[in-house]
Design a protein around this ligand. Structure first.
Ligand code: OXD
Ligand code: MN
Length: 595
């Protein structure tokens, strides 16, 4: 099949990949409906995908991965920069020459009985000055069909690249034999290259997402004066029709997708407030012509965790999955070929197939303590399905950002919300982000895990250089920089129960944040930053939460924070000379304010 581009750099690289993998057949993915329909039919006929109920879930497909291949594999993910110090202490590193030498024989002839699919794609709207092009070659139809949802795919992507540019990310993926011992997810930032092998799980193989849009792009952003961040983007529409945009970064399992698609409480909707989703996972940010920071969502769909998603927790996410969606590792209801997962509702299907493929009696299986869906089972849903998708979703210029919000899961230390004193202090606040482990994960409960800017597994270079880049961006943005905040929805009472209701009621905190950006509300200075006066958090219509409760939620325990400062100091030591002096200064200032 003929190539889709005249660009010699693309064609030369594709020829090299063909020579290496020696596929039986080569197919360029043009993005047409006919071609994708044909691939869907083929995947259904081989059993790789299962067709779901055409009336209840039109256009939806089901896929099951191998039980050994259900999540990202951080211990097998590498940043192969030429110098080890450029990857930093938080990434696995290997010399690029050594890594190419190790992996090349694994790819040699690996597609000899398979088709190689060549997928051109754009991260970001076609024509956007912030967008970037990638090409992924893969031997997986599952990857092609997921990429068709997650990115702007096909011939259109080459419009952004043109016929001469060499600026595209080269992604090579083979599921190979799905051998966990030989599984590698490797980024070569200096070569614009990603090699992924022996996995077929989304986060490891949809190379546009974590591998490109975060690991490679964070490195590109540092060199080119922009930022790639693990952040949702949402717009808050006020009763007067004005929309303010914010981004937010949280570690996994802190409700990023839920905040991105929040439905405000009744008191707010009645007044005319609305929330619009621009993105749920990744933001690319760059100063615009007016000097403000603008954000695009480089993706075109949501790759969300299914368990826990229901009408109440996230109505908009659930609604997004009702057509043209791919479900991976959830359970099937065999009576009507629909899907089920934990906390979807209280009625596990009787005639169920659990995620590994075994037919079981759902209620009995669940009662015995088993999970019908894998805890990391996913939906891949088109963004256009989302009832609250922003009208600016495809705007090539992006949206102007008023506030950046960091957060984590902390039982005691972090208050409900606080604002940083300035950009430098805000960078410090992002760098000390942490979450306490929950009973949901194996290992000890309540252990603090640092995850600066929620980028620990996704920063494609040295974290110390990354903070320096943040500080540099602050200088460029000057007084047009977004204000930086920190939130914590997860404070608990003496029984270990959450105090703050969370979900839609987080709108009450966003409301204060927006007012701070507009300069229409005062704040109280504390050792850690500016906090709301308790009465400035709207508690109208909340059950059992009064201004007195808010006061508790905002309390800052100096002893706990002194402990925290020790933890930060220990964490910072890892970064040695690359820790910007501004960050140690901020830590010293915090300690002084606590004393
Ligand atoms: C994701 C993640 O899948 O952060 O978005 O792991
Ligand atoms: Mn993520």
């Amino acid at each position: 099949m003929a190539t889709l581009t005249k660009n010699p750099n693309v064609n030369k690289w594709v020829d090299e990949m063909i020579a290496l993998c020696k596929p039986a057949k080569v197919m360029w993915i043009d993005g047409s409906k006919e071609q994708l329909d044909m691939l869907r039919e083929e995947a259904i006929s081989t059993g790789e995908m299962i067709k779901l109920n055409e009336e209840k879930l039109p256009g939806c497909l089901y896929h099951r991965t191998k039980p050994n291949d259900v999540a990202r594999v951080e211990d097998r993910t590498f940043i192969c920069s030429r110098k080890k110090e450029d990857a930093g202490p938080t990434n696995n590193w290997c010399d690029p020459k050594e890594m190419y030498a190790k992996l090349t024989p694994m790819y040699d002839g690996v597609m000899k009985d398979r088709t190689m699919y060549i997928i051109p794609y754009s991260m970001g709207p076609i024509g956007s000055p912030l967008a970037k092009v990638g090409v992924e070659v893969t031997d997986s139809i599952y990857v092609v069909l997921n990429m068709a949802i997650m990115v702007r795919m096909g011939a259109q992507a080459f419009k952004n690249l043109g016929d001469e540019s060499d600026d595209f990310v080269r992604g090579l993926h083979s599921k190979a034999y799905v051998d966990p011992e030989k599984r590698y997810i490797v980024q070569f930032p200096e070569d614009n290259t990603i090699w992924s092998i022996n996995s077929a799980y989304g986060g490891n193989v949809l190379l546009g997402k974590k591998c490109f849009a975060l690991r490679i792009a964070s490195y590109q952003g540092k060199n080119e004066g922009w930022m790639a961040e693990h952040m949702l983007i949402l717009g808050i529409e006020k009763p007067n029709g004005e929309i303010k945009y914010v981004t937010a970064a949280f570690p996994s399992a802190c409700g990023k997708t839920n905040l991105a698609m929040l439905i405000p409480p009744e008191g707010y909707t009645k007044k005319g407030y609305k929330v619009w989703t621009v993105g749920d996972d990744i933001a690319w940010l760059k100063p615009g012509p007016d000097g403000r920071l603008y954000a695009i969502n480089p993706e075109n769909g949501f790759f969300g965790v299914a368990p826990g998603t229901n009408e109440k927790s996230n109505y908009n996410a659930l609604a997004s999955t009702r057509k043209n969606t791919i479900f991976t590792n959830v359970a099937i209801n065999n009576d009507d070929m629909t899907v089920w997962w934990e906390k979807l509702d209280k009625n596990p299907p009787v005639n169920a197939t659990e995620w590994k493929g075994e037919k079981v009696n759902g209620p009995e299986y669940v009662a015995a303590g088993n999970k019908l869906a894998h805890p990391n089972s996913r939906f891949t849903a088109p963004a256009e399905n989302c009832p609250c998708i922003s009208s600016e979703f495809n705007n090539p210029q992006g949206v102007p950002i008023s506030a950046i919000i960091f957060g984590g899961r902390r039982a005691k230390t972090a208050p409900l919300v606080y604002q940083s004193f300035n950009w430098q202090h805000g960078t410090f606040v992002g760098s000390i982000m942490a979450s306490e482990t929950t009973a949901a994960a194996t290992g000890a409960v309540g252990v603090v895990r640092r995850d600066p800017m929620a980028m620990l597994p996704f920063c494609g270079y040295h974290m110390g250089d990354y903070w320096a880049h943040w500080l540099e961006m602050g200088k460029i943005l000057g007084d047009k920089a977004p204000k930086i905040f920190n939130v914590n929805w997860f404070r608990t009472d003496e029984n270990g129960d959450f105090i703050w209701p969370g979900y839609g009621d987080n709108m009450r905190v966003l409301d204060w944040i927006i007012e701070r950006c507009e300069g229409t509300v005062d704040a109280v200075e504390t050792p850690i930053g500016y906090e709301p006066k308790p009465e400035d958090i709207n508690v109208e219509g909340l059950d059992g939460i009064t201004t007195e409760t808010v006061k508790d939620l905002l309390s800052v325990d100096r002893d706990l924070w002194k402990e925290e400062a020790k933890g930060i100091e220990e964490f910072y030591q890892k970064f040695g000379e690359k820790l910007p002096k501004e960050m140690s200064e901020e830590l010293k200032n915090l300690e002084a304010r606590l004393a």
